[in-house]
Design a protein around this ligand. Structure first.
Ligand code: AMP
Length: 184
């Protein structure tokens, strides 16, 4: 099964992805984590991505599409995966569909964690990440609205979108996700 976790920064995608790994017994892939690791290791890709990330901007499509193409070709993804933070643009969504197609697979469900903006700002200001400075938070929200939020209607049109309220107790949110995913 292939699942995409969609939602604004700070909507709890990472937390819920970890729980889903245990439940579905498939790996989760976070492009943000892979990029932070590349920055830490000062790889060529990390050096290229760093400025975008520090500014709260999206890393160019071809970079993250390359990451996902490589990662999805690895053996542990043979039964599918949970994508956390990818796709973030329509071009990425189309690339994902093509990559899965080439593997004779499909995207089964898109879980959209719905959290309103004031709650998001409150959560992000409490996090300790380099890109969680207040100006960067607002930039990331703007980028989300402009480039990623269109994916909500994109996937709704494909009939695979599940809107899940992302507020309240983490376990309750997880239960809602499990109910929304067939075969979990
Ligand atoms: P995240 O950990 O998912 O919040 O991602 C942190 C940062 O990594 C984002 O603000 C972007 O700069 C970059 N990033 C992560 N995933 C993507 C993606 N799919 N497309 C473009 N940039 C990404």
């Amino acid at each position: 099964m292939n699942v995409v976790l969609l939602g604004p920064p700070g909507s709890g995608k990472g937390t819920q992805a970890q729980r889903m790994v245990e439940r579905l017994k498939i790996p989760s892939i976070s492009t943000g984590e892979i990029l932070r690791e590349a920055i830490k290791n000062k790889t060529e890709m990390g050096l290229k991505a760093q400025a975008y990330m520090n500014d709260g901007k999206l890393v160019p499509d071809e970079v993250v599409i390359g990451i996902i193409r490589d990662r999805l070709s690895q053996d542990d993804c043979e039964n599918g995966c949970i994508l956390d933070g990818f796709p973030r643009t329509v071009a990425q969504a189309e690339a994902l569909s093509q990559i899965l197609d080439e593997k004779d697979e499909k995207l089964d469900v898109v879980v959209n964690l719905v959290v309103d903006q004031s709650e998001i700002v409150e959560r992000l200001t409490q996090r300790q990440r380099e890109d969680d400075k207040i100006e960067t938070i607002y930039e990331r929200l703007k980028v989300y609205e402009g480039q990623t939020a269109p994916l909500v209607s994109y996937y709704k049109g494909k009939g695979i979108l599940k809107n899940i309220p992302g507020v309240g107790d983490m376990s309750d949110i997880f239960d809602r996700i499990v109910k929304a995913i067939p075969e979990s």
